[in-house]
Design a protein around this ligand. Structure first.
Ligand code: MTE
Ligand code: MO
Length: 380
């Protein structure tokens, strides 16, 4: 069993697939804390978790053309921890397939049936990818049109490894804070999250945040990996598996503005408090460091809207990598016994969420950021 070295997992997780392991926490527990505890942080593995001896681990960084090409830079975990400045960043990771189950409800898609919790927030620590690339001999000027490839140490039975890439410009621009992380919330990276080393690309889709990082390479083309070329791309709602041309669409990088209701839960019976108020909670996040500036909540199908209160650490402009949690206490506008709660977020570029899933439906079920709706019963 190639999965026999997989680590134990927290029983509270909702498992979408056990081999490879894919699981999300119950939404109402996810938003109990701004920083997601490692045990309940969503887990998305395409392959068995590799068993890596940290004392033998070496990161290989291929050199630029013409410079020591045959002698790659090799860095042990200790080299990374002692020879480069440590850098910390609080960043939210979201899978492109978060909320896929709502797309499935419109029309069948291919992929794991994620609910609203394929997203989590952590404090990551490690070294800047930029510093490692500079050490390997790359310069800023080299930047135009290049791509940084990340290869994982996880592999399938044929030896194919997980891989992805980001632009060299994203990697080199200090503002982007791209990390090679060895710590998650003050602990060594847990096995499921890439022990001993992973990439953290703040503001960018989970798929590029390569875990169990073994090798870095800079090339003129994007990563040839299946997950860069033939997956994690968006398409027109009428594109089907007979007509889809993966070459025609760009690989997903920065994610669009997103929000979801985590409490109450769908189908829950809610009793308003003595003032007739109900409490609604959730998360909101946007890609590429755009801050969440507002979350709106409606109880009447979008006719009237309340503004929710936002919680979370203030981050710098253009570097708002972490989500905001939000909360609203409100009086329901009608006496109805059945209510649909809707939420939608606005980011600092005034990007908004589409109101329904159908116009953004795609065959792979990625990028669902439609208004989130939760249907409840009210105990009057
Ligand atoms: N890296 C490797 N090596 N193997 C993987 O399967 N999955 C990717 C990414 N990095 C993956 C990987 C995907 S699709 C996502 S959403 C994130 O890791 C999930 O990170 P997490 O498991 O730490 O939440
Ligand atoms: Mo993902």
């Amino acid at each position: 069993d190639p999965y026999s070295k997989d680590p134990p997992r927290h029983p509270i997780l909702k498992v979408n697939s056990s081999k490879p392991f894919n699981a999300e926490p119950p939404p109402e527990i996810l938003t109990e804390s701004y920083i997601t505890p490692n045990e309940i942080f969503f887990k998305r593995n395409h392959l068995p978790v590799p068993d890596i001896n940290p004392d033998e681990f070496q990161l290989t960084v291929e050199r630029p053309n013409g410079q020591n090409e045959k002698v790659p830079l090799k860095l042990s975990l200790n080299d990374l921890k002692t020879k480069f400045p440590r850098h910390e960043v609080i960043a939210t990771l979201q899978c492109a397939g978060n909320r896929r189950s709502e797309m499935n409800a419109v029309k069948q898609v291919k992929g794991l049936d994620w609910g609203t919790a394929a997203i989590s927030n952590a404090r990551w620590a490690g070294v800047r990818l930029r510093d490692v690339l500079l050490q390997a001999g790359y310069t800023e000027e080299a930047s135009k049109g290049l791509h940084v490839h990340f290869e994982g140490l996880d592999q399938d039975l044929t030896g194919t490894k997980y891989g992805a890439s980001i632009s060299f410009q994203r990697a080199m621009n200090e503002k982007n804070e791209v990390l090679l992380a060895y710590e998650m919330n003050g602990e060594p990276l847990p096995k499921d999250h890439g022990f001993p080393l992973r990439v953290i690309v703040p503001g960018v889709v989970g798929a590029r945040n390569v875990k169990w990082l073994g090798r870095i390479q800079v090339c003129t083309e994007e990563s040839p990996s299946h997950w860069q070329q033939n997956d994690y791309k968006g398409f027109n709602p009428s594109t089907d598996w007979d007509t889809v041309d993966f070459k025609s669409a760009p690989a997903i990088q920065e994610l669009p503005v997103q929000s979801a209701i985590t409490e109450p839960k769908p189908g829950q019976t809610v009793t308003p408090d003595s003032d007739g108020k109900v409490t609604v909670q959730g998360y909101a996040w946007s890609g590429d460091g755009r801050e969440i500036v507002r979350v709106d909540v409606s109880f009447d199908g979008g006719k009237t809207w309340h503004v929710a209160e936002l919680f979370g650490e203030k981050q710098k402009q253009g570097q708002s990598w972490a989500w905001k949690l939000w909360k609203l206490e409100a009086t329901l506008p009608t006496e109805d016994k059945e209510v649909t709660i809707i939420c939608k977020a606005v980011d600092s570029s005034y990007n908004v969420q589409p109101d329904t899933v159908a116009p953004i439906w795609n065959l792979r079920g990625v990028l669902n950021n439609a208004w989130h709706r939760v249907h409840i019963s009210v105990n009057r």
